[in-house]
Structure formats: structure tokens, C-alpha cells
Design a protein. Sequence first.
Length: 350
Amino acid sequence: MTTANIRTPQQYDWSWLAGNTRLINLSGQLLGAHIAHAGLIMFWAGSITLVELTKLNPELPLSEQGLLLIPNLARLGWGVGANGTIIDTYPYFVVAILHLTASAVLGAGGLFHVFRGPAILKNATGQAKKFHYEWNDAKQLSLILGHHLLFLGVAALLFVGKAMNWGGIYDPAIGNVRLITNPTLDPFTIFGYLLGWVNGHWNPLGMAAVNNLEDVIGGHIWVGVMCIVGGIWHIITEPFSWAKKRLIFNGHGILSYSLAGVALMAFTSCYFVAFNDTVYPTVFYGNERTTFAAVQFALCVTFLGGHVWHAIIAKNQGKSLSKQEQFNGFLAGFVGLSVMVIGLVLLTWR
């Protein structure tokens, strides 16, 4: 009698797909990964700016050169003159080097927290330990959120300072760089954009319908102040009881909320790229920006998918989803899909 060899299915190790999930309970090392990611972003921005600088031809319009980052620097008023003409490339070199320097600092910080720093911040010394968190500690997560909002607010106000005091920004309405000396602060005008109420009538583009830099800078003033006030609020308080009941406080839940916010920003950016010639002047970006907008839209869909994925995992931890939760998920997916379809239809009108 012969014995047949029974082959068992080969077992694959998929643990590498976990990514930073393996650090979910290691606050120090997760901070290191977070800082390292920021360093990679800085490195990309600096290196690509240098690459574009080597290809830049100041004699040709930027819109004809297929560039991505230098047009963003030009619209901020650096190195550009009347009618979008490039008159000085040195500011672009400086910006690139600053980003590369920052990437080295952030990279070193990331490596330190991963290999030399405490794996868990509560074992750290000095001020670092106060940023240790437990995912179910709503008050501590609120403190960390508050610090993030402070940085966002300061960044928004730095942009305002550039526009109002430090050289100004490019205004396509006059074809030149100018200081924005009288930003719009009227809350009815600024927040009307959120509801699509623009210049006394409804506009489906909402914020993307803005057509003057006074409103753009005024909006950033409101955003900067609100982020700073909100940051202070979250640092000194903790979430209300209704928020603790409604929101999910675990690693996947917090990540899902973050991805939802990034998806919203990508969706908003998509509309500004596609329809707004004040923020994205045609002299720098051209009239045909469909591909640029499509990339933003693809990023939106990717982040939105990540939000749904991590939200389901967060909701499903320790229990199965109820019928009501499954229906809510279906309803949210249907609404999201409807918004994306409407967005695609509007984009075809560009």
C-alpha cells in the first residue's frame, strides 16, 4: 500500500501589510513614524522643487511647462512679476533647500523616536511624557488634537501675514503681485461660502466660487483664529459626554476620522483646481486642469475608502455590527457615492 503525499496550502505571512498598526499601542514609536512621514513629505517637496528648477525656462509661461510645485510658489508671490513672468528663480532654490533641511531634521527625529527614544511616551522624561496617550482616554486625545489645531492655525495666519505684510501674493485680476490690505472679515460673507451663498445668490461651487483675494485671505483669518481658539479649547477641556457616547475612541476610530478630514480637503481641493481661477491662476496652471483635478479626486476616493475601512474595523472591535449600524454604513456609503457622482458630473463642465 502506498501513502499519497497530501499537500497543504502554503501559508503566507501577510503581517507586513499591518504597517504602522503594529505600533498602535507604542505611543513613542508611533510618534517616530509620524515624524518620519512628515520628513518624507518634506523631502519630496524639496527634491521635486529642485528637479523642476532645473527644467524651468523663465522665457516660457509656467502653464506650458508641466510643472507642479513652482506654480504654487509663484502664486504665493515669490519670484514672479507682471503677467506671471518669472523674474527671479533664487526664492525657489531657497524654498527647496529649506524643505530638504527640514526633511533631514524630521528624519533624524523619527529615527530617534523609533530606535533610541522610549517605545511608550509615559516612560519618557521631561515634557515628552505628557503626550503619552491611551486610545480610550478622551481627555488626553483632546489635548493632542488641541496642539495639532494650534499648528494649523499658526500656519493659516502665516499665509495671511505673507499676503498682507510680507510681499503679497499674485492676483490674477490685475496680473501682478500685491498686498491684500483689506481682507474680508464679514462672517456672513465668509461663512456664506460654506452654504453656497455667494454674492446674494446660491452657487453650487460653494467655497470654490470665491473670485477675489480679499475673501480668500479673510477666510484664512477666520480659519486661523478658529483653529487656535479650538486648539486652546481642546487642550484645557475634554470631550462632552454626548461626544464620548457618539464617537469611537480607539486607534482605528481616530484614524478613520482623520482620513475623513483629509478626504474632505482633497474633495475641496479638487473643486478649487477645476473651477477657481483666482486661487489657481490660468497663467500658472493653464485653462485645462482636468488631470490635476482628477488626481485630487482620486486621492479623495482613496482616503474616503480608508475612512470607511478603518471605521468598520473600529466599530467592529470586540463585537459584531448591529442591523442599524449596517444600515447606517450603507446609507453613509450611498450618500458618499452620490456626492462623488455629482462631483464628477460637475467636473465635466469645466
